[in-house]
Design a protein around this ligand. Sequence first.
Ligand SMILES: [Zn+2]
Length: 291
Amino acid sequence: MLVHIKDLIKKAQKGNYAVGAFNVFNLETTLGVVRAAVKMGAPVIVQVSETTIEYAGLKPITQIVESVAKNEAVKIPVALHLDHGKSFRSVAECIKVGFSSIHIDASDIPFEENIILTKQAVDYAHKHNVWAQGELGILRGVEDKAQVPEDMAPFFTDPDQAAEFVVKTGIDTLAVSIGNMHGIKKFRDIGVPDLDLKRLEMIHKKISNIPIVLHGASGVLEKQLEQSVEFGVRIINIDTELRLAFSNAMRQILERDSSIYDPRQIFAPATDILQRVVEEKIRMFGSAGKS
Ligand SMILES: [Zn+2]
């Protein structure tokens, strides 16, 4: 069933666990994520990015998620979220079609401007009973020019600024940069960086009632994820690992049997493999059985 994200996260705060936020881009990936949540008895956040909206269309992808949530997850709570909304317009469009949560990501512009744009999105979201996620600190990733994780520290979230940001914008959740990283590069080149858990602890102390969001969590070790949950992380985003699982599965299936011409023979097993990755993440986040 489709629910408001606040129902999931308030419960996660009380129960001291994190809810997985998994990126989807079509029917198959949505089925994989939602079926994993059903199997694990776990609440789940299904999220779409602006590039997915460009790819699938806002209304089609929204209705796919709504329909899969309603029909596949009869008793399991599923929340729909916009991941990395870069403009007020993009956020407003998702709110209009029924998202219960949006992310306004102005982390790449100066602090004061980030506050202004984020507050504008938060005010609009709250007027429509929607939760808003803000972001402070830059995550390295796809556009990353730095070659080693040590170069990342100057871009990490500052705990004092985080406190000021929360007060001035009124955000419901905060995405932080503590060594977490987007994209495929950490798997192919530099390795998955360690999280700066001391910094996370300091941020949590400053904004203890605000759920913290960990982006770019693909590949992060289970022990570090567990510790991040102790320091206030309530939402963990997984995208790259799902793309890898889905693409690798399709590649293997096609390489194994070049006579396949029915796309369902490729998509069905790839969806199953993606589902297993999501199940494993749900177990790591502590949200299994918490629906
Ligand atoms: Zn992200």
